[in-house]
Design a protein around this ligand. Structure first.
Ligand code: NAG
Ligand code: NAG
Length: 479
């Protein structure tokens, strides 16, 4: 599959964990819509339909069909195929699992990438993440390795599975305990790799290796998203993982992605420089509408609730969503914030933009996502609210205000993956890649003041830029 190495943005190893610390979400507002996904394989169809309607259990095959159980002693068994990926995000077809060990079974072992790019071991006590050992990952060669230990039968797990290898060690955390680490990292990467391989089906199951308490975010946004936007996706965690080990059975995953944070950081190119596990995903070509299945589900959900329209008030007036962080610690200078609001209100009065000034933490989840879905332009100080750029139409604009002189490539990556226009704003200038990208491939780090409550912005100048961008987005109407 073609890879692209354009736009190689580089930044020093900025520690970004703290940047995700402010995501205060108010009460839940989950709607009731359940977008229908194509159902599993139907039953055999051995019986005339008249009989089926009053069939007893014994005459029904439920959702288990003839392909569910695979005879591993037969001459031909499904071979593992590495379909697509970058370090830390791998997509396989026909990957086996037995006693907690993933098995790539193939007659062409050289087609399987080295383990260090796929999966890491349990973190060591001194907080290191070596590549997975034979207890987690094995490549077996057909015609050479003995497959009799597999027990003769494999149980197929159909549909698309996503496996997240993150877990905590003695002195480490899993790094999943935040919505962005799920939606913007381990999940996003898996979804991206699937879509670059032409898959657009929402996953049948999400598989965590880690324990239930280790991945849920305090705001419960990750589980809200999983349960509401992907209503037909099962979420599994360590107890199920252990059940499969204890069963003594071999399993065959039709289609499975493996997300591994440490494989990305250690074997990736840009993830290492930017401390961003998703950075190399930009090298994979994806369809423009790769987020569409998720976006459409989100859109149906928010529209049913009905308190927010996803459409412009006037079809030729673009919507500017200002993610107002003035109630949080990382924020604009008070007078600059006031001036920015004034200028944007002026643009609205002149009929140039529809201005939405949102303190996201005061809105229900459904309403927050509704605003994100309809925005043509998002502006905000560096912070988690900018991850909402994932829900905008591709080709929208993202303006991220940062403390002058510093840079962090977090939401820039999200914006690039979405093919939005991205602007890093330093007070009264656009901080373009040629300014933050150093000749050695690294970048300008965040500096003192980056996380402060005195971030400057010239409102008049910024409104001028927004006016230009709005002109450009006029015809980009939500279908
Ligand atoms: C299953 O895996 C565990 C942990 O890796 C190991 O201790 C055990 O011996 C394995 N059981 C079998 C039957 O291979
Ligand atoms: C921001 O820019 C304005 C001029 O556009 C300037 O007067 C002001 O000093 C700048 N603030 C900082 C902190 O650089």
């Amino acid at each position: 599959m073609a890879t692209k190495r354009g736009n190689r943005y580089v930044l020093g190893a900025v520690l970004v964990i703290s940047t995700f610390a402010f995501w205060h979400i108010s009460s839940s507002g989950a709607g009731t819509s359940t977008p229908k996904q194509s159902s599993q394989r139907s039953s055999f169809g051995l019986w005339p339909s008249g009989m089926k309607s009053h069939s007893s259990q014994s005459s029904s095959t439920g959702n288990v069909d003839a392909n569910t159980f695979i005879n591993l002693d037969s001459k031909v068994i499904p071979e593992t195929e590495y379909v697509q990926g970058v370090a830390g995000f791998s997509y396989f077809k026909n990957l086996y699992l037995q006693n907690g060990t993933f098995l790539a079974i193939t007659s062409n072992p050289s087609s399987i990438p080295e383990v260090a790019r796929i999966m890491s071991a349990h973190p060591t006590d001194d907080n290191k993440y070596p590549p997975a050992g034979q207890d987690r990952w094995k490549v077996l060669t057909i015609g050479q390795d003995d497959l009799s230990g597999l027990g003769g039968v494999a149980v197929r797990k159909d549909g698309v599975s996503m496996f997240f290898n993150d877990e905590k060690g003695l002195k480490s955390v899993s790094f999943l305990k935040h919505y962005f680490h799920f939606i913007g990292e381990v999940f996003l990467g898996a979804w991206r790799v699937l879509t670059t391989a032409g898959e657009m089906e929402l996953p049948t199951r999400l598989m965590y290796r880690t324990t239930p308490d280790d991945w849920r975010d305090r705001a419960a946004l990750t589980s809200w998203f999983q349960q509401s936007v992907m209503p037909n996706t099962a979420v599994e965690e360590s107890p199920i993982w252990e059940d499969r080990m204890k069963s003594g059975m071999t399993f065959l995953f039709d289609k499975i992605t493996i997300s591994d944070r440490w494989a990305a950081h250690q074997k990736g190119i840009d993830p290492w420089r930017f401390n961003k596990m998703t950075a190399d995903l930009l090298f994979l070509e994806s369809p423009l509408d790769w987020m569409n299945p998720l976006r459409l589900s989100m859109k149906k959900l928010v529209q049913i609730k009905g308190t927010c329209s996803v459409y412009r008030k006037k079809s030729d007036v673009p919507i500017v969503l200002y993610i107002n962080r003035q109630l949080t610690n990382r924020r604009l200078l008070k007078e600059d914030a006031e001036s920015l609001e004034l200028e944007l209100n002026n643009l609205q009065n002149q009929g140039i933009i529809e201005f939405v000034n949102a303190q996201m933490e005061t809105l229900s989840r459904v309403d927050q996502f509704c605003l994100a879905l309809k925005a043509d332009i998002i502006i905000g100080v560096h912070g988690n609210g900018l991850s909402h750029a994932l829900w905008m139409k591709p080709g929208s604009a993202v303006l991220e205000i940062m403390f002058p002189g510093g840079f962090a490539r977090d939401y820039a990556t999200v914006a690039e993956l979405m093919r939005h226009d991205y602007y890093a704003i330093h007070n009264d200038t656009v901080f373009t890649p040629d300014k933050w990208l150093k000749p050695d491939g690294w970048g300008v780090p965040a500096i003192h003041g980056f996380h402060s409550d005195y971030i400057p912005v010239n409102g008049k100048w910024l409104a001028g830029l927004i006016k230009q961008i709005a002109q450009d987005k006029k015809s980009m109407v939500e279908p």
